[in-house]
Design a protein around this ligand. Structure first.
Ligand SMILES: [Cu+2]
Length: 332
């Protein structure tokens, strides 16, 4: 059952299956013109926490990152790679591979991968050859449909996150999303999460790192911060930029135990958070499931697109928000 050892055998097949599978993702049409005037934003239809449905006439700029394989003229193109390697290019508006990138968070290119069931997260930093090809030891640890995100800023352009699906053949064992939790452990470290994400609003998320019951107060800088947080939305793996508060050496940001972030979840539902932190020279990832909006919101189970029978959400009133769910009440 050791899938890792089989991976090198699969890697050669990656480029072949790319084109066939990336359509699995929810790829929004970036150029659909608005067919009519936008609806009044206040007209929710019993859609508790409906702040996330805006943007009818928004172009790609209004989407979360990572949903598009091509945006603003830049396209993510995997290329053939030797077994055990992952390689890709980003082509620019002129159709050629981009070779000039700005440094962001200490690197010119951040490659993040996760399976579509949100397992297997890895965040790695490829090296570019002069022809604009980025290469890295493959982070795809076993069979499954993976989403690969390239997070970069082309020199002279805006920051972009492009995404593409990659299938690693083999026996697939889907994993349900772990239940929401405010504490997790990794390699003997305990990481706790404080803060409640709300759809459409910026929330403060604070993560605290301890080991053996003692707060860790000597976190090491990683990517220009004491922690790097990525959030992926269940269902479409929208990739959220999450910005840390402060940075090492600014005279006010302490190296733990707390690392805090501002995060805005674009819609209600479940997200997986991945905190990379560095201590003792090793980068580790602590993972959490969080639910934006009502804790009873759908989306926590692994199955997507199959609402439970009866869809009681329209009649229940899970929050103390007076007025909602009362028949006859107009919008406020
Ligand atoms: Cu990175």
């Amino acid at each position: 059952m050791n899938t890792a050892t089989k991976l090198s055998g699969f890697a050669l097949g990656l480029a072949v299956v790319f084109g066939a599978t990336y359509g699995v993702g929810r790829v929004a049409d970036p150029v659909t013109p608005p067919a009519e005037a936008p609806h009044d934003a206040g007209g929710g239809h019993g859609d508790d926490g409906g702040a996330g449905h805006g943007g009818d006439n928004g172009a790609a700029a209004h989407l979360p990152g990572g949903l598009l394989v091509s945006d603003r003229g830049y396209t993510l193109r995997p290329v053939d790679a030797p077994a055990g390697q992952f390689a890709f290019q980003v082509t620019g508006p002129d159709g050629r591979a981009v070779t000039a990138y700005d440094v962001a968070h200490d690197k010119r290119m951040h490659l993040i991968v996760a399976r579509r069931d949100l397992s297997g997260f890895r965040h790695v930093h490829p090296e570019m050859t002069p022809d604009g090809t980025w290469r890295v030891d493959s982070p795809l640890a076993g069979p499954g449909v993976w989403r690969a995100f390239a997070d970069f800023t082309p020199t002279g352009g805006e920051a972009l996150t492009l995404g593409v699906d990659v299938t690693v053949p083999g026996e697939l064992t889907g994993r349900p999303l772990p239940a929401p939790a405010t504490s997790t452990t990794v390699d003997g470290y305990t990481v706790t999460l404080a803060g409640a994400p709300e759809p459409g609003r910026t929330a403060e998320l604070t993560l605290s790192v301890s080991r053996g019951g003692a707060p860790v107060t000597d976190l090491e800088p990683y990517l220009g911060a004491y922690g790097h947080l990525v959030a992926l939305r269940q269902g479409d793996l929208a990739y959220l930029h999450v910005h840390p508060h402060g940075e090492p050496g600014d005279g006010r940001t302490r190296p733990g135990p707390e690392v805090s972030f501002s995060a805005e979840m674009p819609s209600a539902g479940a997200y997986r958070l991945y905190l990379d932190f560095k201590h003792g020279g090793v980068v580790r990832t602590a993972e959490f499931t969080v639910v934006a909006g009502s804790p009873t919101a759908p989306g926590v189970p692994a199955a997507t697109g199959s609402p439970t029978a009866g869809t009681p959400a329209a009649t229940s009133s899970p929050t103390a928000d007076a007025g909602h769910g009362v028949p006859g009440h107009g919008h406020d």
